[in-house]
Design a protein around this ligand. Structure first.
Ligand SMILES: NC(=O)c1ccc[n+]([C@@H]2O[C@H](COP(=O)([O-])OP(=O)(O)OC[C@H]3O[C@@H](n4cnc5c(N)ncnc54)[C@H](O)[C@@H]3O)[C@@H](O)[C@H]2O)c1
Length: 267
């Protein structure tokens, strides 16, 4: 398939995990892809993907770095059709009870800066070009944009905030730009928690955690980053989803149809 031939995308947080899988899938569909990524090592790894990728090192919470990623992407590939936001930090399940009160200020700013403000900045910086190309935006949400216990209050609140952003921007940018989201369930990636809470060790990729995540969803699915890319490609491709805006695809093994007495009917 080459459903995105001649299309140009910008992916924020595309250096690893779900974002990196999306970058590779977009390239596989024929797109040219700019990436805004904080880690210099991951930027170097992205450069190895060749001429279809323009990797820009920068901080997605900074307006200037979003502007740099946008202008370098358009400078390299002449246009912009798709913005995908994948940047994100988790809170390693920091429940209210365990959240030290003196750290809330800093932790709130850290997680809302990365998980919410970066999405607002990328959207603002790319909006005019996307209006011109009649393109689309795909945000990354989470099961935590729908159901409790996929994080603590800070992560949950940040993902619900992206849901609000999505609804408003989908309204404001219609009829020119479609705005949708993907809400993955727990996935084996190296996502890290918050510096402000000393949570820089990844927790999600351990076999024990994956086994636990699998047992709670009706499809008993264990997810790698690649398992979500089909949802992104569908939303990014106007030939497949031209009438779809303001929608979130839940790629989580069916958490919305979990039973109370048993997780899944056949079990
Ligand atoms: N892994 C999961 O279980 C899961 C579940 C639901 C939703 N998500 C969401 O998926 C998205 C991607 O997460 P992932 O699991 O692939 O983690 P990841 O850590 O592999 O990917 C996030 C990427 O963003 C980059 N990044 C972080 N802060 C940045 C910043 N300020 N500026 C630029 N780049 C920055 C990281 O270096 C990394 O490459 C996040 O929004 C996360 O909340 C993940």
């Amino acid at each position: 398939m080459a459903g995105l031939n001649d299309k140009v995308a910008l992916v924020t947080g595309g250096g690893s995990g779900i974002g990196r899988a999306v970058v590779e899938a977009l390239v596989g569909e024929g797109a040219k892809v700019g990436v805004l990524e904080l880690s210099p090592e991951k930027v170097e790894e992205l450069e190895a993907l060749g001429d279809s990728v323009k990797a820009v090192r920068g901080d997605a919470t900074s307006l200037e770095d979003n502007e740099k990623a946008f202008s370098e992407t358009v400078g390299a590939f002449d246009r912009l059709d798709v913005l995908v936001c994948c940047v994100g930090l988790w809170d390693n399940q920091a429940k209210l009870k365990r959240l030290p009160k003196e750290k809330i200020d800093e932790a709130f700013d850290e997680i809302f800066g990365v998980n919410v403000k970066s999405y607002v900045l990328a959207t603002k910086v790319c909006a005019d070009a996307l209006i011109e190309s009649e393109g689309c935006i795909v945000y990354t949400l989470s099961n935590s944009a729908f159901y409790p216990d996929g994080g603590g209050p800070l992560y949950m609140a940040s993902k619900f905030a992206v849901r609000g952003l999505l609804v408003e921007v989908a309204y404001e940018l219609a009829p020119k730009v479609r705005v949708n989201g993907v809400a993955p369930g727990g996935t084996a990636t190296g996502i890290v928690g918050l510096k402000s809470l000393d949570q820089e060790e990844p927790m999600l990729a351990s076999p024990k955690m994956q086994e636990a995540l699998k047992s709670i969803n009706p499809l008993q699915a264990e997810f790698a980053a690649e398992d979500h890319v089909g949802a992104y490609l569908y939303l990014a491709n106007a030939k497949l989803s031209k009438g779809v805006t303001g929608v979130i695809i839940n790629s989580d093994g069916g958490l919305g149809v979990r039973g109370l007495s048993k997780v899944a009917g056949l079990l």
